[in-house]
Every structure is written in C-alpha cells, then in structure tokens.
Design a protein around this ligand. Structure first.
Ligand code: NAD
Ligand code: IPM
Ligand code: MN
Length: 355
C-alpha cells in the first residue's frame, strides 16, 4: 500500500527518535512491499524560532491531509520563560485539537526481562498489561476561561476544568469497547468527591456501562488510583480518565516498565488522521547525545500502522522486534545498557527484517 505520513520531529530528542522510527517503518515497508511518503514539518520550539508560532496553519493543514502523523516531542529550556507569549506546548495542544483526536491510548506493558529496571519489586510487576485512555481535547487543558487578569494591583491566574456529557460519553464509550476486546475490566478514574465535572463523568460512565454488560466498571478516585498504580498495577486492565489525570498517571506508569523512553501512544477519534507520539518529552538533559531510547517512538509507529493504515501484521512484527531486542539484552542507557540510539535502532531494524 501507499501512505502519506507527516513527520513532526519537534525539539530536543524528537528528531533523534523520529529518525529511528522512520528507519523501522522503512524496514517494514521493504519487507511487505509498501511505499510510505514522508513530509516533514516544524512544530514546537523550532517552529517558534522559524515562524514565531508553535504550529503554523500550513503545518496543521498538512497534518489534516495526511494518512497519519508521527510526532517526536516539543519544548525545552530555551522556550521555558513563564512570561513568554508563545510556548512550544501550544503547538502540540493546537494539533491535538485541530485533528480532533480526543482519545489518547497509552498502553503499558511490562517486559519481564526489564523487571529489574523498575524500582518496584519484580513480583509486583508480574502480569502488568494495561491501557490508559486519556481524554485529550478537553478537561483542564482546554476549559474556558483560561488566562490572567489584573485587579487592584493583584494578578490572578485561572484554568478551568470543564466537560460536557457529550465529551465524556464518547471517550468512555471508546474505553468500554477497548475493555470488551481485552480482559473486560474498566476503571474510570475521577475526583468525584470534590469536582462537579467528575460527578458528571461518573454518572455518564455508569450510564454508558449499561450498554456493556460484559465489562466490569469500577470508579476510583485519582489519588487512590495513583497509589494503586504502584501498589497493585496488575489489577488494572483499561483506565479511562480526564486529560491531566491521564497525563500524570502515565508518567507514573512509565516507572513500572523501567523508562519513559519505552511508552508509545496513539491519539484517535477525529475525522482525519491519527496522531502518534511517545509519551516522553524532549529530554533536554540528553538531547543531541545520540543516547535516547527510540522504543517509545518506534512502538508509536507500530500503533500508526495498526490504527491508521490497518497493517496489523506489520505492527505486530515491529512490536515483536522490540521485544526480542530487549529480551536479547539490547538496551539503551536509560535501561542500564550501553547502546546508542543508532545501535538500538539498527538491532530493531534487523529483527523486523528477520524471518
Ligand atoms: P521528559 O519526558 O522530556 O524527560 C523526563 C526524563 O526522562 C529525563 O530525565 C529524560 O532524559 C528521560 N527521558 C525521556 N525520554 C527519554 C528517552 N526516549 N530515552 C531516554 N530517556 C528519556 O520530561 P521533562 O524533562 O519534564 O520535559 C522536558 C520538555 O519536554 C518540557 O519542555 C516539556 O513541556 C516537554 N514535554 C513534551 C512532551 C511532548 O512533546 N509530547 C511530553 C512531555 C514533556
Ligand atoms: C504529554 C506532554 C504534554 C501533555 C505537554 C507537553 C503539553 O506532557 O504528551 O504527555 O501534557 O499532554
Ligand atoms: Mn506528559
């Protein structure tokens, strides 16, 4: 098949890990006889430097017209001034909103050989295989009003956590569908003891649940969920939650697998293409050193093949290649190994082309 893929490498380690994922996509293309056409655009800090904005209309239009979008990361200390009128992260939020990708799937699977890379006891990690479904285009990140006001010599800042029943229903329904296709357990995470938006979330989740009698729904408060994620992570199957709760819980979940560098994500649900990105950021502390773990982005590319291009065998082959590489002890430094990004990528490419 032929497909048009927009690449948004972004800032910091973004270009390094996207470059790695393209090599792996090309290996899959070679093996299965596909042609992937790539076009590359700026997003985030590099776009601010070039155009004064973190996401240009041209870049958004190119993404909307593509079959899929693969993004690295945005941001970094250079653009971190809290008084700056434009921020790299605005590009990412604008892109998610512009593509209408309200459902961010973040699968978290522990590779048994890496149990030692996590600070948790290995027996806690047995059987950990969960997916966080993070609402991505609403909640605290997007609610209005947002911003600052001046009054009587004082500055006030406001962010608003807002959801409509429509927004909750569509994300919860997607999560139920996913749970139904997996182990039949859905944990809806909220803060319903305090937040009105969470009480609506809980009501809607229960209502949608009546359509999925085969799925066991539980409601868990986000503080308890944060604790259970490290105390008993294997007890989760699918978690569905508000935008910022999902952001925080998935960084916590990265501790289970041993590194931020391992976790991929797929952002779905819009009319157009899906958006695929690792859950980590631009990692300014290691940018430019050639040592970033490419696996999160490579696995995001696998999700791209599965969800946007319908190439299941190819997606599985990439996932299996990463797994075999890790099983064989091929590890980057974040996981206690010595490999560079380039060496790790070459190993994954070899594994994809094998058989
Ligand atoms: P980060 O995820 O960039 O880094 C956290 C830690 O994890 C660092 O020690 C880093 O070296 C390590 N790490 C992350 N990815 C890695 C990889 N692939 N291989 C090896 N180690 C890896 O988070 P941060 O430092 O809090 O944020 C840095 C910048 O990135 C900020 O500007 C933030 O806004 C931005 N950010 C962007 C995204 C995104 O683009 N999706 C996500 C998170 C943070
Ligand atoms: C992520 C990041 C982003 C988020 C930031 C950079 C806007 O942390 O993708 O997890 O909070 O969504
Ligand atoms: Mn995050």
């Amino acid at each position: 098949m032929e497909a048009n893929i927009v690449l948004l490498p972004g800032d910091g380690i973004g270009p390094e890990v996207v470059g790695a994922a393209v090599q792996v996509l090309d290996a899959a293309a070679r093996r299965w006889g596909h042609t992937f056409h790539y076009s590359t655009y700026l997003i985030g800090g590099c776009s601010i430097d070039a155009y004064g904005t973190a996401l240009t209309a041209e870049t958004l239009a190119a993404c909307q017209a593509a079959d899929a979008v693969l993004l690295g990361a945005v941001g970094g200390p250079r653009w971190d001034d809290p008084a700056a009128p434009v921020r790299p992260e605005q590009g990412l939020l604008g892109l998610r909103k512009g593509l209408g990708v309200f459902a961010n799937l973040r699968p978290v699977k522990v590779y048994p050989p890496l149990a030692g890379a996590s600070p948790l006891r290995p027996e806690k990690l047995e059987g950990v295989d969960l997916v966080v479904v993070r609402e991505l285009t609403g909640g605290l990140y997007f609610g209005q009003p947002k911003g600052r006001t001046q009054e009587g010599g004082r500055t006030r800042a406001v962010d608003t956590l807002e959801y409509s029943d429509f927004e909750i229903e569509r994300i919860v329904r997607l999560a139920f569908g996913l749970a139904q296709a997996r182990r039949g357990r859905l944990t809806s995470v909220d803060k319903a003891n305090v937040l009105e938006s969470s009480r609506l979330w809980r009501q809607v989740a229960a209502q949608v649940g009546t359509e999925f009698p085969g799925v066991a729904l539980e409601h868990v408060l986000v503080d308890t969920a944060a604790m259970r994620l490290v105390a008993n992570p294997a007890s989760f199957d699918v978690i569905v939650t508000e935008n910022m709760f999902g952001d925080i819980l998935t960084d916590e979940a990265a501790v289970l697998v041993g590194s931020m560098g391992l976790l991929p994500s797929a952002s779905l649900g819009g009319d157009g293409p899906g958006l695929y990105e690792p859950i980590h950021g631009s990692a300014p502390d290691i940018a430019g050193k050639g040592i970033a773990n490419p696996c999160g982005t490579v696995l995001s590319a696998a999700l791209l093949l599965r969800h946007s291009l319908g190439l299941e065998a190819e997606a599985r082959a990439i996932e299996a290649a990463v797994e075999r590489a890790i099983q064989g002890g091929w590890l980057t430094r974040d996981l206690g190994g010595t490999l560079s990004t380039r060496e790790m990528t070459a190993k994954i490419v070899d594994e994809v082309l094998r058989e």
